[in-house]
Design a protein around this ligand. Structure first.
Ligand code: PDD
Length: 283
């Protein structure tokens, strides 16, 4: 079955889908994106992703191309047309097409692209059960990491370093030695004293929608939680560590820079939170 993409109002074969060469997303990374996990055909944490999309567009002063209601219909239609039961749906909105000029062009119409793809859930579960390795890299990003912008060069370079070192994710570390987040996920530890720690929201990290849900689940479990910066040194001594994102949900970390976290096996609390997440998101 051939894949279908939504591009500026039309459903087109994925293989032929295109955007103009003077799209500002292509020339300046002048745009935003969102990724929803899809499970059993349902978009997980949908309203959170809509809220963040609106915020990112507002921060970049890009016009909202359609209402949330209309967009929701299109997202589901792309999922349906691609027969995605479990997978993800990707949305990208850029400022639009105009002759190259750094300043915002007048009367520009935003470009919108939506794609969906299936994923192998059994494989994802196997990965989560095995746990992942992360490496660390300096955080070389700009100071507005709270915007889900398509400008991701430092993130892809970080991820590539991870892949080249046989790891799955790269944790970015600021100039003070504090972990900000992963190249495409939020970072968490559970301290020796059983406190769940993740960096507080600020311009330094993306406010993950999965992060938000995990904080709610942790409260339901009455865990001690601290939203604060933690150092790489503290992470190395942690009992458990994990990442969160719409693609990885909650995935335990077994190694940081090749050193085992705890006993080097996926942590019990990380595994429990993943289970909680799957249960709560499905309802
Ligand atoms: N990334 N931090 C960064 C830098 C991210 O890119 C992401 C998500 C997250 C987690 O956000 P959420 O829980 O809302 O998915 C945190 C997506 C999945 C991506 O780039 O593919």
């Amino acid at each position: 079955m051939s894949r279908i993409a939504y591009v500026n109002g039309s459903y087109v074969p994925h293989a032929n889908a295109c955007i103009h060469i003077e799209d500002r997303g292509y020339q300046f990374a002048d745009g935003i994106y969102e990724v929803w996990a899809v499970r059993a055909g349902k978009l997980l944490d949908s309203s959170g992703h809509f809220r963040r999309m609106g915020r990112s567009l507002g921060e970049l002063r890009i016009a909202t191309p359609m209402s949330d209601g209309a967009l929701d219909v299109v997202l589901h239609e792309v999922v349906r047309k691609n027969r995605v039961r479990d997978g993800l749906v990707y949305l990208q909105i850029t400022r639009g097409v105009a002759p190259r000029d750094h300043a915002f062009p007048k009367d520009i119409v935003p470009s919108i692209v939506i794609t969906a793809k299936s994923m192998n859930v059994a494989e994802a579960e196997r990965k989560a059960q095995k746990g992942i390795a992360v490496i660390t890299v300096p955080d070389e990003r700009w100071t507005r990491c709270d915007i889900k912008s398509v400008s991701l060069l430092p993130n892809i370079l970080a991820k590539q370093s991870a892949v080249e070192q046989g790891a799955y994710e790269a944790w970015m570390v600021d100039e003070k030695g504090m972990v900000t987040e992963g190249s495409s996920s939020n970072a968490w530890i559970i301290t020796e004293g059983d406190v769940l720690v993740t960096r507080n929201l600020s311009n330094d990290i993306l406010g993950g929608i999965t992060r938000e849900r995990v904080l709610k689940l942790a409260a339901e479990r009455q865990l001690s939680v601290e939203e604060r910066a933690f150092s790489l040194k503290e992470a190395r001594k942690a009992k458990e560590a994990f990442i969160s994102s719409s693609i990885n949900l909650v995935t335990p970390i077994t190694h940081i820079d090749k050193q085992p976290v705890g006993d080097g096996k996926p942590g019990a609390m990380a595994c429990a939170l993943r289970k909680d997440y799957l249960q709560s998101a499905a309802t």
